[in-house]
Structures are given as structure tokens and as C-alpha cells.
Design a protein around this ligand. Sequence first.
Ligand code: NAD
Ligand code: ZN
Length: 247
Amino acid sequence: MTVRHAAEIISSARRGLALTGAGASAESGIPTFRGEGGLWKQYEPVKVASIEYFMADPSAYWKVSKDRGRVALAARPNAGHHALAALEASGHLAAVVTQNTDGLHQESGSRNVIEIHGSSRTVQCLDCGTREPRADVQARLHEELPPHCKVCGGAFLKPTVVLFGEPMPQAAVTKAFALAREADVVLVVGSSLVVYPAADIPLVALRSGARMIVVNAEPTPFDELAEVVIHGRSGEVLPEIVELIGE
Ligand code: NAD
Ligand code: ZN
């Protein structure tokens, strides 16, 4: 019955906001960091995904990023991404704020997507600023690590994602919080809600009067604050909600 309750709440939304985390892309085959099967069981995240580590040894960074990039480039949106795009198209969701960097929301048809942790689809040279699609850099990773800039030959090519120790993209964060203050419903999908300031977004929405729904494989620290909590897979739960709304 909780899915029906969630559908009722979302069907009444006019300025709904979705916040998505790595769990939303898990069914597309991109491993999460935290949680069941998460990468952090293999690597020490704050080290491998930090700007200090990258600057100290970009080839060590790329060694890990190489496999992850191959998986992410091959990934396609799952049914959960498509359901969120449908909820935007039917006027219930105003935007998707995502912690993900994979670009799958845009690929599934969501129009208003705010990437607060950047995008892994582009790589930038820290020496001369040249940007290249990740796919092009990926294609030459088998030649040499680290990859070098095609323009200046620099050895510091960094995906345009926010690494630990880097500032968040200010414009995206400002927009995300503005949307949170305006939201009538906040739908949290596949986020452990332990990474800040992302986890503040639903709190700001709540304080501004939004109703909150959590869809996550595992319990989150905010479950008690939500009107509806569904512990399940987003690729299964979200399409059910869309079907119940029936538009
Ligand atoms: P997170 O904090 O968002 O945690 C992921 C959550 O998703 C966990 O609580 C897990 O229980 C849940 N989950 C797993 N499978 C699910 C499913 N099928 N349906 C619903 N929920 C599911 O994210 P994280 O993994 O700790 O990553 C931290 C940061 O690293 C992210 O904020 C992001 O910036 C980056 N990251 C991005 C991607 C991506 O772009 N796809 C993937 C991993 C990590
Ligand atoms: Zn360069």
C-alpha cells in the first residue's frame, strides 16, 4: 500500500523535486560506492576519489577509473530513469537533482537535470582547460596511463566530476536549493543521504513544507522524516508509481 500512497502524493505534486543518488543507476549496471555490492568494499574512497590523490599520481587514479569508465559508457537508462522522465513530462516533477555523474537522466528524457557532483562524460585538461568527451579519452587509455592532453600534452586530464576535496559547482548547488525551497513534494531515490550538502536538499524541502518520499534499497537516516518510505529497487518501484498515477 505504500506504493499507492506514494502515487497519491506524487499525483498531487505540481513542483515536485527528485533527488537521486548512485542507487538510481545501480540497475543500469553502474556500481554504487556505498551499500550492498558497493565499490567502497574494494577501494578506499576518500583516498582514490580525492583531488590530492589525483594530483599526486594521475596514473593511479586512471587505473581505477579506466574500468569504471568502460562500464559507465556502456550503461543505458533503466526503468527508474524513464519513470522520472515521465513524471516530469506529466507535470508532477519540476526537476531532478542528481548526485550521479553518468548522464543517464538526460539520456532517459529528463529535461531539467541539475548535476551537483558534475559529469563524468567530459574530461578536462587542468593545464590548458581543453575539454574532451570521456569516450575519446577512454579510447586511448589502453595506450598509456595517464592519458595526455591532445592540445598541450599535459598529464593532468580530470573528469569534470567533483572529487573529495574539491568545491561543488556553485551555480548547480544554488539552483538545487532554490528548487528545494519551492518544492511541494521531494522524492529521494537511491541515495544513502549521508553525503552533504546533497542530504541537506530534502531537509530544506521539508522545512519549506514539502512532503517527502524515500525510495531506497536500504534504510536511510531520514526514513523517520518521510511520509512514505519504500525499501526496494528504484527500477521496479518508480514504474509502479507511474502506472498507478496512470497518465
Ligand atoms: P549514495 O550515497 O547515493 O548511496 C547509494 C544508495 O543507493 C545506497 O543507500 C543503496 O542502498 C541504494 N541502492 C542500491 N541499489 C539500489 C536500487 N536498485 N534502487 C534503490 N536504491 C538502491 O551513493 P554512493 O554510492 O555512496 O556514491 C557517492 C557519490 O559518488 C555519489 O553521490 C556520486 O557523486 C558518486 N557516484 C556516482 C555514480 C553514478 O554516476 N552512477 C555511481 C557511484 C557513485
Ligand atoms: Zn592541455
